[in-house]
Design a protein around this ligand. Structure first.
Ligand SMILES: [Zn+2]
Length: 200
């Protein structure tokens, strides 16, 4: 969320340049993006990253009570919005993120938001999904969510030879759990829109 500085802590882990790959523009994922010099994200949400509001970053849905300790004097969770963080590189489906010793591929996973992107490392089977998939009720009810597209994105993920999914929320999980979660969503469970009025 960017309420506290994080860059120094990450740089301390590995003395290498840091690239921030942002899965989407919502406040609980992109709030700290402004702290990085290299900011990658999908073009479909570039305008939000640069010209954000509490509404288009869904900050207006944040319950201020979840922030137990004010990050700075005068902090007001009812009006807070993260600082602007224009993307420095636009990514899209199939883009390769080559770190030298590890290679990731960008997956465009629209549905939760139009520019949701994941990272896929084919060699290890690691998958980073952001909010496109996590082991919980999936948010498909936001102003720019499209449940039908989320279904398509999840059907695609279901076929990947995944070893571990590192999701945007909750614990990481394996392929079996991934398929279970996806099947439950596709059958009408795990949706914020539940009960579903239509068959997807
Ligand atoms: Zn989100």
């Amino acid at each position: 969320m960017g309420l506290w500085p994080i860059v120094d802590h990450i740089a301390a882990l590995r003395e290498r340049p840091v690239i921030a790959f942002c899965t989407h523009s919502h406040h609980d994922h992109a709030g700290g993006l402004y702290q990085f010099d290299k900011r990658l994200g999908h073009s479909a949400e570039a305008k939000i990253f640069a010209e954000h509001t509490r509404e288009n970053t869904v900050t207006d849905l944040l319950d201020p009570a979840v922030i137990k300790t004010a990050p700075y004097r005068g902090f007001d969770g009812t009006i807070w919005c993260y600082p602007p963080a224009p993307l420095t590189r636009l990514v899209t489906e199939g883009d390769v993120i080559d770190l030298g010793d590890r290679v990731f591929q960008t997956l465009h996973l629209p549905g939760h938001s139009p520019g949701s992107v994941g990272l896929w490392e084919a060699e290890s089977g690691l998958l980073f999904t952001g909010d496109a998939l996590y082991d919980g009720t999936l948010y498909d009810h936001l102003y720019h969510s499209v449940p039908e597209k989320l279904c398509d994105s999840l059907r695609r993920l279901r076929e990947l030879p995944v070893s571990t999914v590192h999701a945007g929320h909750y614990k990481s999980f394996d392929k079996f759990r991934m398929q279970t979660v996806i099947d439950e969503y596709l059958s009408g469970q795990r949706s914020m829109l539940c009960p579903r009025s239509r068959t997807l």
